[in-house]
Design a protein around this ligand. Structure first.
Ligand code: NAP
Length: 459
């Protein structure tokens, strides 16, 4: 059995991959469990060297990998190339962190015992990744798992398995021993991941995807109290204050909204623009949106298709519902080709604060813009969501920007910036956007467990 990988711009089949089931999932754990003893005892410097070499190989193959990402995911070549660089940076960052596993030596306050604290690899890790960043979501998990000394089984999204397979091949070329990471492709994610969560040898799950699937996996993980990291959905507000530099805010909005055609968990999902600059912002932002070209990456378009038909139907319905609730389309880019799941970048103005589109993750190139005047009311609206991943604030007065940023319930806030992702910063959300952090020192800790020895040396 095999799964076709479809180019969402042309609907052509790019390749097929094996459709594996619970039997192969169990075998993958056999492999990872067998490799764990040696890999967890491999010197941190050696693990670091493998990761660093893989970082170099990703950059060597940057153009090829970018093409692969564009073909299976549809994103523009510029976005795909940016993603390869970003993804490779996680390997470099964790190559640097691998040699700093940490540890402490202390004395018990009452005297006598000494405490030796160490951070050990948690064990075999199950990694599950989404389709929207086929490279970066993989390296953001594999990097720290390998650095910590874990072995892993990886299930990439069914839409984008090719990039994951290519990255693991580069790791092997860089010297990663056989069995440390095994990729399992499947059209039945529930049974593959369920098999892993039932297996007592799997001690860790690191999942990136939607909040509803994250909830299911947390329930399953609870059965065996599996160590869980969850990077889930978002509903990022983008706030523009009365004294913001409107040109800078427009430039930030173009990145925050249209990177990956809006298919990013950190994508600006709802815009709150102060009444004093509302009309200017909508006009300037709208003019930039109308310039965006929609089409296949191969044709040099800025905005690619949505990932599949289901996504297209969902985005269309969200826009129609917003219009029925009182919003209006103020600006729109030209339509893309008829083949493929294209949706033109669209600005919705005069969106009522109660509109459903402000509550749901749009995951597409649509920018709904609401108006605000009172800061307290703004903060109530901004925090009225189950999500808390990213947020953006554009303001002239930095004190106001920081005040608003600190009052927003979100794991990451961009201040006068439309991009928050950075391998050296702790990426993650609060509320139902997730548990744990990726990148930074925290990313390594997610794959470690703390142990201490309480030693009576008779001192
Ligand atoms: P998804 O449907 O939750 O899928 C994510 C992964 O989970 C895929 O590999 C999927 O496999 C697998 N999966 C689906 N059902 C499963 C089940 N019952 N048991 C086990 N695994 C299952 O999410 P998506 O549509 O691919 O990605 C978009 C979502 O991811 C958005 O909500 C976005 O915000 C979120 N996201 C979050 C972050 C973050 O860092 N917080 C980053 C990127 C994306 P299949 O592909 O086979 O369905």
């Amino acid at each position: 059995m095999s799964i076709p990988v479809i180019d969402p711009a042309t609907l052509e089949t790019v390749a097929t991959v094996a459709d594996l089931g619970p039997g192969e999932a169990r075998q993958a754990v056999d492999t990872a469990a067998a490799a764990f003893r040696d890999w967890s005892r491999t010197a941190p410097r050696r693990r670091s060297e493998v990761l660093h070499k893989a970082f170099e190989l990703m950059l060597r193959d940057r153009d090829e990998l970018a093409l692969l990402i564009s073909r299976e995911n549809g994103k523009s070549l510029a976005d795909a190339t940016g993603e390869v660089t970003y993804a490779a940076e996680f390997l470099r960052w964790f190559a640097e962190e691998a040699v700093r596993p940490g540890g402490e030596y202390g004395s018990a306050p009452a005297g006598g015992a000494r405490t030796l604290v160490s951070h050990r690899p948690v064990g075999v890790a199950a990694l599950i990744t989404p389709w929207n960043f086929p490279a970066a979501m993989v390296t953001r998990k594999i990097g720290p798992a390998i650095a910590a000394g874990c072995t892993a089984v990886l299930k990439p999204a069914a839409e984008t398995p090719l990039t994951a397979i290519a990255i693991v091949e580069l790791l092997v070329e860089a010297g990663l021993p056989d069995g440390v990471v095994t990729v399992v492709t499947t059209s039945d994610p529930a049974s593959v991941v369920g098999t892993w969560l039932d297996d007592p040898r799997v001690r860790k799950i690191s999942f990136t995807g939607s909040t509803p699937i994250g909830r299911i996996l947390l329930r399953q993980a609870a059965e065996r109290v599996v160590n869980s990291s969850m990077e889930l959905g978002g509903n990022a507000p983008f706030v523009v204050t009365a004294d913001a530099d409107v040109e800078a805010a427009v430039a930030g909005a173009m990145i925050a909204k249209f990177r990956n055609g809006g298919q990013a968990c950190t994508a600006a999902n709802r815009f709150y623009v102060h009444d004093a600059v509302y009309d200017t912002f909508v006009a300037r932002f709208g003019a930039e949106v109308e310039k965006l070209t929609v089409g296949a990456a191969a044709d040099g378009a800025a905005i690619g298709p949505l990932i599949n038909e289901k996504a297209l139907v969902r985005v269309r319905a969200a826009v129609e519902e917003a219009i029925a609730e009182g919003a209006r389309i103020s600006h729109r880019a030209a339509d893309g080709p008829q083949t493929g799941w294209f949706y033109p970048p669209t600005v919705l103005a005069d969106v009522p604060a109660t509109a459903a589109i402000l509550q749901e993750e749009i995951f597409g190139p649509v920018a709904p813009i609401a108006r605000w005047t009172d800061e307290e009311e703004l903060l109530t609206l901004v925090n009225d969501t189950e999500y808390g991943l990213a947020a953006y604030v554009f303001a002239g007065d930095l004190r106001q920007a920081v005040r608003i940023g600190e009052a927003i319930d979100a794991g990451m806030v961009g201040i006068n910036r439309g991009l928050v992702s950075d391998p050296s910063a702790p990426f993650g959300g609060v509320k139902q956007s997730g548990l744990g952090r990726e990148g930074a020192r925290e990313g390594l800790r997610e794959f470690q467990e703390t142990q201490y020895l309480s030693v009576d040396w008779g001192l």
